[in-house]
Design a protein around this ligand. Structure first.
Ligand code: AMP
Length: 607
């Protein structure tokens, strides 16, 4: 595909980014071929799995494309902790790890402990997606050159029922099928340009935003981070014809439309796409009225190389609340015996087609559950209406979909259970206004154990990335059971609804009041109690940054982002800010000490 693009679209832009010249289709192909040669020299060949831990941006996009062209790419979330990197490197049996030159990512320590060779990527001033690889030369263990259709191009992991993520191997055939499907649904042309805000270690960004765009001979702008406040200037600057995002990002963009410098209706967009989690119909309506373009909700999954169903572009109708029509693979609703159920009846959503993986490697249990009679069972529940539109109504799999990030609750249980004093722990999904779902956990303590919610959350934060840490941890005497007496994670939020309510207590100091007011301004709320959790009442990581920026401006000192994850209530955050503020006050006091008594009195009098 990339070689053909170079021949057909040569000098036209393929990838764009801030601060450097665009990379053309020809230059992209040149970079891919030189990278494959470099990988072969470093002992990496066809079928070798290469973990990639790079910051968002064009280098990551090109590294993914190039590694997939000559080996197997396994991009990993840079937010992982060392233990998680070690798990992924081991599970992948990684032949190498690509890191930015000089990076001190915990991935390096994990690679060192497992003897996985590190390949360093140097981009410096070379420009959009142009980089060099360096490392120790090794002999190839497999064949060199370019991959073929049945080679695995991309490996990602999905959260499963167990705490152990499942490896998902996607071949070039799978990816090319998905590219065809997405291009057809979105009617992508060489003139189309995608503004990518999705992380490039997730299937959504990799396949919809990068591969489908390039597959159409179009271009993608590789942003380095999603910043809702900068989205309007991105539209103005790059004039994209579309963007795709998760509902949480759409909500943040919508919240900023009032402050857009360009009138949204005058933007260059042809359509907006949403996927990876349910798009609330009011957000869809809000975006359509703000931008004056259709909003297309799609249904995707890693095992399907992303797209399974999608609402169509006009003139065909899109239905709010539906994920649309089968858009590539066949879609069926299956009953418990794998029989297809009648239109309008609810069952498990199943798919089959050229974009779907054939199996999970070395995972007979997962294969037995997921693959039945030629179908892949998604673990999602839904129904098809008379016109073939799919509605997702629930989930059979134990998974928390936190704003598009999929989290295996058992992983959180296991961490909580290692805390001294914890006897039983069950993480579960709770509804959340902007994330769709958030993580909560119920804990039964051993007799006599005194454990606080804050110390337990702190413990989890040290062991898991922030997005997996429960916003609420509640203590219960007994874990509620389902009708059969078995513990049922799904539905726990309803059964524990009363325990999840936080009694209102007004802020108790000026600083607590300032924190509460700032959070209320960002979340558009009237009031907030001193023990209300920012994340539970509608906060997310995007809004966390906004809260901290406002507090920094008001208080005059910098606040590290993790602070709000560790201290998510006005009471806790105000206490932490007080401690942070102390050194400055001490420094001021020391300065005052140096002054003559009368000068000191005059200065303090003036204050
Ligand atoms: P992932 O493998 O991360 O893409 O996650 C796939 C899962 O995300 C699906 O099995 C669904 O549970 C969920 N999902 C994806 N798209 C949607 C959507 N439009 N509406 C509701 N859930 C979705």
């Amino acid at each position: 595909m990339l070689k053909q693009n170079a021949a057909t679209f040569g000098p036209r832009a393929a990838l764009l980014s801030d601060g450097s010249e665009p990379l053309s289709h020809q230059e992209l192909w040149d970079q891919v071929t030189s990278t494959v040669t470099a990988l072969n020299r470093l002992g990496v060949g066809r079928g070798d799995r290469v973990a990639i831990v790079l910051p968002q941006g064009p280098d990551l996009a090109v590294a993914f494309l190039a590694v997939a062209a000559g080996a197997t790419a396994a991009p990993l979330n840079p937010a992982y902790l060392e233990k998680e990197f070690a798990f992924y490197l081991e599970d992948l049996q990684a032949r190498a790890l690509i890191l930015p030159q000089g990076s001190d990512s915990p991935a390096r320590a994990a690679a060192n402990s497992l003897d996985v060779p590190v390949i360093e990527l140097t981009s410096g001033a070379l420009g959009t997606g142009r980089f060099q690889l360096s490392g120790s030369s090794r002999a190839l263990a497999t064949s060199g050159g370019f991959a073929e259709a049945d080679d695995v191009a991309l490996v990602l992991h999905t959260s499963g029922t167990t705490s152990r993520p499942k490896r998902v191997p996607l071949t070039h055939t799978n990816l090319l099928a998905s590219i065809r499907h997405i291009r057809a649904t979105l009617q992508l042309q060489p003139t189309d340009r995608c503004l990518n805000v999705m992380p490039l270690f997730h299937i959504h960004g990799l396949v919809a935003c990068v591969l489908a765009s390039l597959g159409a001979g179009g271009s993608t702008v590789c942003t380095r981070a999603f910043v809702a406040e900068e989205f309007s200037s991105g539209l103005e600057r790059w004039k994209p014809s579309w963007y795709s995002a998760v509902p949480t990002m759409h909500q943040a963009i919508l919240a900023h439309t009032q402050t857009l410098r360009v009138q949204p209706r005058e933007s260059s967009l042809r359509f907006i796409r949403s996927s990876s989690a349910a798009l609330p119909p009011p957000v869809m309506a809000g975006l359509e009225s703000a931008f004056g373009v259709p909003v297309i909700e799609s249904y995707g999954m890693t095992e399907a190389a992303h797209q399974m169903a999608s609402n169509p572009l006009p003139p065909r109708g899109r239905k709010p609340g539906s994920v649309g029509l089968a858009a590539g693979p066949e879609v069926a609703i299956l009953g418990e015996l794998s029989e297809t159920v009648a239109t309008g009846r609810t069952g498990e959503v199943a798919i089959r087609g050229p974009n779907v993986i054939r199996e999970y490697p070395n995972n007979p249990e997962a294969n037995a559950t997921a693959f039945r009679q030629g179908w892949f069972r998604t673990g999602d529940q839904g129904y098809l209406d008379e016109e073939g539109y799919l509605f997702i109504t629930g989930r059979l799999k134990e998974l928390i979909n936190r704003g598009g990030e999929k989290i295996a609750p058992r992983e959180i249980d296991e961490v909580l259970l290692t805390y001294p004093g914890v006897q039983q722990a069950v993480a579960f999904a709770v509804p959340h206004p902007s994330l769709g779902e958030d993580v909560a956990a119920a804990v039964v303590l051993k007799e006599g154990a005194g454990v606080s919610e804050a110390s337990l959350r702190e413990f989890v934060l040290d062991r898991l990335p922030a997005f997996k840490v429960p916003s609420r941890i509640i203590f219960v005497n007994d874990m509620p059971k389902g009708p059969t007496g078995k513990l049922q994670r799904i539905g726990l939020a309803e059964r524990l609804a009363a325990a999840l309510v936080v009694e209102y207590e007004p802020p108790a100091s000026d600083l607590e009041r300032r924190v509460a007011t700032t959070i209320c301004e960002v979340l558009g709320r009237e009031a907030m109690g001193r023990n209300d959790n920012f994340f539970s009442i509608g906060g997310d990581s995007l809004r966390a940054t906004q809260v901290l920026t406002r507090l920094e401006q008001a208080l005059g000192f910098q606040i590290a982002v993790p602070t709000i994850f560790r201290c998510p209530t006005p009471a806790l955050l105000a206490n932490a800010l007080d401690l942070m503020r102390a050194p400055e006050i001490d420094a001021l006091a020391a300065e005052l000490e140096k002054l003559l008594p009368e000068e000191r009195a005059r200065l303090l009098g003036n204050l």
